[in-house]
Design a binder for this molecule. Structure first.
Ligand code: DGL
Length: 416
């Protein structure tokens, strides 16, 4: 009896998961005027889309590292398109719409909570927000491309977003960070022979998206370091009390301990498989150095042979920019007119008016509510999307963006 019940439950879950993409596709198709939140105006996607902005989304503000990489990308001559920097950013004529789904982050913890289906629905709704015109305080422009700037969202939702865009018949380009990161590893760390450490969220690690993508381009051994708290700590989550540096040091220590016990290959390359990690790249490299030099009471150094003295760093963001450039060029969709307005920035916040919402004392969604939700309600509005002004960034994050992402910071100043 119990096993019948279990099989029945498993079947229900499986069929619910299979319904996610079709139900979101059907919902948006039923609202072809873009009259509800999770929808777009079909008429916006007829004709030449080249002068529409490029959409970029992440689970929070970490994806601003990807936006910065796109804005600063200069690998081609702008007039001829030929390889070679010309001192003018390749996307100089483009506008961007950035969205950080901060109310629902961390995305990296939904898989451990058994809510992968709900995460996939969130990701499709993020794409719909970019495609549509609606936001809580007025209109936003539709987009010609969607950059999934979040590794976790790429791992769980890239194929879903591509399938949905195809089913809606939209000539919109969809790019994710994971394949770009693997390609970046193959190209930048050319010549490196040692092991690769992919640092990512627990969810990205559980999906195995990076090991699979890397195996397609190189045979080098890959180990994953999944952190449950680092991205949220970088984002300034007040519930995380440990300083970022301590979290990194503990995570890297645990990772190296397991690697040493397994007799893993020496590591000489780090892949930042989470959008937030390039912001603390120096601390991450310093932690590997700390453990490489760490000595036990008897003077032995357990990790000295496991960590190379020079670590190569791969930031998938730069490679995502290149993939986007190539895709827009191939589709002849680079902007033709010079932009008349700047970029747009949005962020999700809890909607206190939503019935049954669970809020923490600081006003964010509480854990039980956030990770207790299931797919199947495309029209839910427990969070709403508002403009991301620089003063909405938590203090520490604001400093990081100001110091490390200057083009993005400058562009954000115009947000009202
Ligand atoms: N932006 C996410 C990523 O790149 C990490 C943060 C999260 O867990 O939401 O994987």
């Amino acid at each position: 009896m119990r096993s019948f019940l279990l099989i029945g439950l498993l079947f229900l879950r499986a069929s619910a998961a299979e319904e996610i993409v079709p139900s979101v596709i059907a919902y948006a198709k039923a609202h072809a005027e873009g009259d509800v939140t999770a929808s777009f105006r079909a008429a916006d996607y007829r004709g030449d889309l080249s002068d529409l902005p490029i959409g970029v989304f992440d689970s929070g503000v970490g994806g601003l590292t990807v936006l910065e990489a796109i804005k600063s990308h200069d690998r081609h001559h702008n007039l001829t398109g030929e390889e070679g920097a010309d001192g003018v950013p390749d996307f100089v004529g483009e506008r961007f719409v950035y969205f950080g789904d901060q109310a629902n982050m961390p995305y990296g913890n939904y898989s451990a909570a058994g809510r992968t289906g709900f995460l996939r629905e969130l990701i499709l709704r993020d794409a719909l927000f970019l495609l549509g015109r609606r936001q809580a305080r007025g209109e936003k422009p539709p987009v010609k491309a969607i950059v999934i700037a979040c590794n976790t969202a790429t791992a769980y939702g890239l194929e879903d977003v591509r399938a949905a865009v195809k089913a809606w018949g939209l000539p919109v380009i969809v790019v994710g960070v994971v394949e770009a990161g693997a390609q970046g590893l193959a190209e930048t760390a050319h010549g490196a022979q040692g092991g690769v450490a992919v640092l990512a969220t627990v969810g990205t690690c559980a999906s195995n998206a990076y090991p699979k993508a890397i195996a397609k381009v190189t045979g080098r051994p890959v180990r994953q370091l999944g952190s449950a708290t680092l991205a949220a700590a970088i984002e300034g989550d007040p519930s995380i009390k440990s300083p970022v540096r301590d979290i990194i040091r503990a995570d890297v220590g645990t990772f190296l301990q397991a690697a040493a016990a397994d007799g893993a290959a020496p590591i000489d390359t780090l892949v930042f498989g989470c959008t937030h990690y390039p912001l603390v790249a120096d601390e991450i490299v310093a932690s590997f150095a700390f453990w490489r030099d760490y000595a036990e009471a008897d003077g032995s150094k357990p990790y000295a042979q496991l960590v190379a003295s020079q670590l190569r760093q791969v930031n998938p963001a730069a490679w995502t920019a290149e993939t986007l450039w190539r895709s827009l060029q191939a589709a002849k969709m680079m902007a033709k007119a010079n932009p008349v307005t700047g970029d747009y920035f949005y962020i999700s916040v809890p909607n206190p008016a939503w019935k049954g919402i669970g809020l923490a004392p600081d006003g964010s969604l509480n854990y039980e509510f956030k990770y207790g939700r299931s797919e199947g309600q495309v029209d839910r509005e427990d969070t709403i999307i508002v403009p991301l002004r620089p003063d909405r960034l938590p203090g520490a994050t604001s400093e990081l963006v100001r110091n490390k992402l200057p083009l993005t910071w400058q562009s954000m100043q115009a947000v009202r």
